[in-house]
Design a protein around this ligand. Structure first.
Ligand code: AMP
Length: 692
């Protein structure tokens, strides 16, 4: 007999209408959908036709109502909805569902008074404080659309997103607190971004934090004191009722790296998102309802934070832990484990890079052992890892520790997904039975076995295939491009914000509409498990987040001495990859014009790196830079062969300088590859010596 997870998957593809309708019944609809799925052909203005699909097209829903009001009406108002843990400010705060509803109703009333209406976009640029979650729920309550931008992004990245989203308002805070570094003022970032953007939002609503205030808000520029607005609204009894939207209306936009460098606005639709998330949190994460506690140590600026800090735990009436801090240094590598203990966390979700940092700081597992030995991890049923590949050693190490101290049968679960998918495309379901019955299953079936190095079999609604460059499926076990057959599962996007053409060009065109391209490469093994091996060349995954090589190159090229730049990923034991740059100085700008050493001067490196940090964000800081002429290989049509540079860098990082690389026959000049090889060798050997 098929395992429940696998049979649920088959059912979801064979008969999506019955499968998803039974799950939709678990939510409150202002207008109940008559069917789950419709499929159409869309014609773009360019004349191209492609398949389009809609989830619950005639349904109407309020996500906030489902996440908050519904639980209060069902008598769960005293359950804890949010626990805020902020070791950087030494604060723990709790909000019950009743308190959350009160906050959200009032803030939604404020936003309505500030002119926010159904269909408007509001940007959230916030640190990890409860106000960020309340803001998202309040925006959603009005039927407006939020676009959260990671608080670590620089003014220029924020400006790009303001221009693209054209928001009615920006909701922000006076400061963020990164690790133990102390408060970082958001004011110059937000004001700089608004100034740089051609589009000007009419309001900037500022949450004042005691650690660093935003003094004398510029009222004429639309700046408002958030707490003061809330106080005034509360006194006047201003509150807003939920505004339902069409199931296919936008709930939020999340910007993600595109291959061109311009961020892509992935559009999340209200109905499918709610249904798909409700299923995934129950089946995969085993978080079934009141009393269960989810701790997702991500950021509200990333898709993982949207789904598993905010929406999914609240959809089922569970408790979510919101964490303002870092895996290490706030104050130490034991903070995750102590939070698990303090709040009896059942599911912990983070990125492999966080676990690598913890292991580096705590190589003998002193902290985890300490909490484990006193029974503090017994509530923990699983550790979920996503955002990048988990190497088998990480899975095995933590599987060993969980086996010793966590709940019986606890697992480490690698799951693979993206901003576009909205929920895991593959992974192991902790409670696979829930996906079959559409109900929380009290007697969870044994999960499928973990295969370290693999991200598990596909989740319901995702039809994952491996194809060659012509779109032809390859035999099982063979590496290829990972694609999906449309339609995608309900949580996934069906388009980009106001950019159908780019959706087609970025995801459908490569395989002429037959498959949706994920941009990842890998294989499916004999048990149907997906193995993710690499990402297409123009994206690098740094500390579990996608960055476009094009965007980083653009920042580098803003240095007057750089004439040409190419960026690839340098393997890094902590962060997965670091951006690594090849630059060609502009003629006449380098003092060492004739014999340019591969390693640039520290000053040039620092200047270029500062530009990357300023324009993209500190998170994209360069891991190194090589200078030289005639070392960036190109195709005859002028496309940079980053793949070749990447291979050379990866080999050099392992100390291999002679290994063969696969150079496509379209290369313009083979000698350039050899120049690159020599330069890379010179750079890495020097770096190696510098270490000694
Ligand atoms: P993002 O949209 O920023 O969440 O990035 C999504 C990308 O991260 C995917 O397309 C993968 O390249 C990578 N990724 C996410 N989860 C995993 C995983 N479990 N294993 C390997 N790569 C992953």
């Amino acid at each position: 007999m098929l395992h429940p997870q696998l049979s649920a998957h088959q059912h979801s593809l064979r008969d999506p209408n019955t499968f998803w309708s039974s799950h939709a019944d678990r939510l409150h609809w202002h207008h109940k959908p008559s069917r789950a799925l419709t499929r159409q052909t869309k014609t773009l203005s360019s004349g191209v036709q492609h398949e389009h699909w809609s989830w619950f097209p005639d349904g109407e829903i309020s996500t906030t109502y489902n996440c908050v009001d519904r639980h209060v009406h069902n008598g769960q108002g005293d359950q804890v909805a949010i626990i805020w843990e902020s070791p950087v400010t030494h604060t723990t705060e709790k909000y019950t569902y009743r308190q959350l509803l009160d906050e959200v109703e009032v803030l939604a009333g404020v936003l309505r008074e500030e002119g926010v209406r159904r269909g408007d976009v509001v940007i959230i640029y916030m640190p990890m404080i409860p106000a960020a979650l309340i803001a998202a729920l309040a925006i959603t309550r009005l039927g407006a659309i939020h676009a959260a931008v990671f608080g670590g992004f620089a003014a220029q990245s924020l400006a790009q997103r303001i221009e693209a989203a054209r928001p009615r308002a920006i909701m922000t805070a006076s400061c963020g607190i990164e690790g133990a570094k102390g408060p970082i003022s958001y004011r110059p970032l937000v004001e700089g971004a608004v100034e740089a953007s051609r589009f000007k939002p009419s309001k900037v609503i500022v949450w004042q934090r005691d650690q660093l205030r935003w003094n004398n808000p510029d009222k004429l520029g639309g700046q408002r004191n958030w707490q003061r607005l809330v106080k005034s609204a509360r006194m006047r009894g201003i509150r807003a009722e939920p505004v339902p939207v069409k199931s296919t209306d936008a709930l939020y936009i999340i910007y993600t790296s595109g291959t061109t460098g311009l961020p892509k606005g992935v559009l999340r639709e209200a109905g499918g998102h709610a249904v798909g998330l409700e299923l995934s949190i129950q089946s995969m994460f085993g978080i079934k309802g009141p009393g269960d506690v989810m701790f997702c140590a991500s950021d509200i600026g990333w898709v993982v934070g949207h789904s598993y800090i905010l929406y999914a735990p609240l959809l089922v009436g569970a408790t979510t832990v919101l964490f303002e801090g870092k895996p290490i240094g706030t104050p130490d590598a034991g903070v995750f484990w102590r939070i698990v203990e303090a709040h009896r966390v059942n599911a912990l979700f983070t990125a492999p890079t966080a676990m690598r940092a913890i292991r580096k700081d705590d190589p003998n597992d002193r902290f985890v052992e300490e909490v484990g030995k006193r029974g503090g991890l017994q509530s923990l049923r699983a550790l979920f890892l996503a955002g990048e590949r988990s190497e088998p050693s990480i899975i095995q190490t933590y599987q060993g520790l969980l086996g010793k101290y966590a709940a019986p049968g606890a697992l480490v679960i690698d799951n693979w997904w993206s901003s576009e998918s909205g929920s895991p495309i593959s992974g192991l379901a902790l409670n696979g039975a829930a996906s079959v019955t559409g109900k929380p299953s009290p007697r969870a079936a044994q999960p499928l076995a973990v295969r370290p190095g693999s991200a598990g079999p596909p989740m319901p609604g995702f039809d994952v295939r491996i194809v060659d460059d012509d779109g032809v499926e390859v035999p099982q076990g063979t590496m290829g491009n990972i694609v999906m057959a449309p339609p995608l599962a309900p949580t996934a996007f069906t388009s980009l914000f106001q950019d159908e053409e780019r959706f087609y060009a970025g995801y459908m065109k490569r395989f002429t509409g037959k498959w949706v391209d994920t941009g990842d490469a890998g294989m499916i093994d004999d048990a149907g498990y997906v193995h993710i091996m690499s990402r297409s060349d123009d994206i690098i995954n740094v500390a579990a987040h996608r960055f476009s090589t094009g965007a980083i190159e653009q920042a580098i090229l803003s240095h007057p001495a750089v004439g040409e730049a190419s960026v690839v990923g340098l393997p890094d034991s902590l962060k997965g990859f670091l951006p690594f740059a090849f630059i060609q100085p502009r003629p006449g700008t380098s003092p060492q014009e004739t014999s340019l050493p591969a390693t640039p001067t520290p000053q040039l490196f620092a200047e270029v790196n500062a530009l990357v940090r300023e324009q993209i964000g500190a998170i994209a800081s360069l891991g190194g830079m090589i200078q030289g002429r005639g070392m960036i290989p190109k195709t005859r049509s002028g496309k940079t062969l980053r793949r070749v540079l990447r291979q050379l860098v990866e080999q050099a990082a392992r100390g291999e300088y002679q290994a063969s690389v696969s150079v496509p026959p379209t290369v313009e000049d083979l000698e350039v590859v050899e120049v690159a090889r020599r330069r890379i060798r010179e750079y890495f050997e020097r770096k190696g010596k510098a270490k000694l």
